[in-house]
Design a protein around this ligand. Structure first.
Ligand SMILES: *Cc1c(COP(=O)(O)O)cnc(C)c1O
Length: 388
């Protein structure tokens, strides 16, 4: 399906709402019925009826259709956060006594679920280095029901061969979930590579304006219905109509924003790579990146997120750099209009800082919609305090 069609037309029945260009925010909790029989049918299959907005809502439906098509999937569900999407997708596919194989260091709240919540219900998790596909095969147990992936991740950009891992999983009847937040479906479509559930935080590029928190899963109709009928309705973490409307609005400009970010990112990357204070830059589509070939084969683009290793033996120098930035904000998240940094050392107690560890000197940079010159000038003045 054509990307322009998906973003501008798919799912939008404008004649039903005065031919308005922008869809209505159907801000209602419930829907009225004239016939007992129709009400009965809605009870019997809530996924195909407008009954109650914890389930299906018309504004959310427009968004679901667009997001499913973007992913090349049959259907999609949209949640009130990426973390809620992870929770529902995982919970729906494990039972007491099951085993999960997860890529090591997945997104924080996936890891908390695996380490803190699921063990209470007898579900255990083994973490593997996902850059080597054989590691998944080695870690499988007779009770493995789920393989959890994140490719690339959002600090070191470690990737998994999604096609190879999904083939392995299918041969053993194991469900695969891949967190695709880094790429967005514009740059990578896990479902088309054989993954059962593609997942993303829509807070990042889909929203795109740092004003909404949301998450998406997509996959087969049967898988989405299975999750809708129990976890989605039961947890009640579906997206609200106004936030769904903000995401539809974000989608209109998604390719334009990604193009701009991609252009600016290549200039910022080139600047950082030549800077004497930068030891190394990690970015999946940089030819120097260890998994560059895999990135090229399964992603059609990257985005504005990269990590650089600050060349210093002093934590204070990293702190001064981050605090000297005048236009690049220090904040979590990414995918919005504004450029951001996070130093790894913010999460490490100062007495535990070990400059010999590259990881402790990492700064993650998100390149937003500002011009490359503006961002480079800001970094240049923040670096320059230490160059002498
Ligand atoms: C942000 C993020 C999430 C969680 O999404 P929220 O919308 O913040 O709940 C999950 N995975 C990755 C890779 C993320 O960056």
């Amino acid at each position: 399906m054509d990307l322009s069609y998906i973003l501008n037309e798919l799912g939008e029945e404008r004649s039903q709402y005065f031919n308005a260009m922008a869809p209505p925010i159907v801000q209602t909790s419930n829907f009225a019925f004239r016939k007992v029989e129709d009400l009965g049918a809605a009870f019997a299959d809530e996924m195909s009826s407008y009954l109650y907005s914890r389930g299906i809502n018309p504004t959310v439906d427009i968004l679901r259709k667009k997001l499913a098509a973007l992913d090349g999937a049959e259907d999609a569900l949209v949640f009130n956060s990426g973390a809620a999407a992870i929770f529902a997708a995982v919970l729906a596919n494990v039972k007491a006594g099951d085993h999960i194989v997860s890529v090591k260091k997945p997104y924080t709240w996936a890891e908390k679920m695996f380490n803190v919540i699921l063990p209470r219900f007898g579900v255990s998790t083994t973490y593997v280095d996902g850059t080597v596909t054989e590691n998944f095969a080695t870690a499988l147990q007779p009770n493995t029901s789920l393989i959890y992936l994140e490719s690339p991740n959002s600090w070191t950009y470690a990737m998994q061969d999604l096609k190879a891992v999904s083939e392995l999983a299918r041969s053993r009847n194991i469900i695969t979930i891949c967190d695709n937040s880094y790429c967005t479906p514009v740059y990578q479509r896990p479902v088309e590579l054989g993954i059962d559930i593609s997942l993303q935080s829509a807070t990042k590029y889909i929203g795109g304006h740092s004003d909404v928190v949301a998450g998406v899963i997509s996959g087969s109709k049967a898988m989405m219905k299975k999750i809708f009928d129990s976890e989605y309705l039961n947890i009640g973490s579906g997206i609200q109509p106004f936030n769904a409307w903000l995401l539809i609005r974000g989608l209109r400009t998604l390719p334009a924003r990604l193009n701009q970010v991609t252009d600016t990112t290549s200039r910022v990357l080139a600047y950082l790579k030549q800077h004497p204070k930068v030891e190394e830059v990690l970015f999946p589509l940089d030819p120097a990146f260890p998994q560059y070939e895999l990135a090229k084969s399964q992603m059609s683009g990257a985005c504005g997120l990269m990590t650089f290793v600050y060349k210093t033996d002093r934590r204070e120098e990293i702190v001064r750099f981050c605090e000297s930035l005048q236009h690049i904000f220090m904040a979590v998240s990414w995918g919005g209009h504004e450029s951001l940094v996070i130093p790894k050392c913010a999460g490490i107690h100062p007495t535990h800082f070990r400059p010999e560890l590259k990881e402790h000197r990492m700064i993650r940079l998100y390149v937003g919609l500002e011009s490359a010159d503006y961002l480079i000038a800001d970094m240049e003045q923040a670096f320059s305090g230490f160059s002498g």
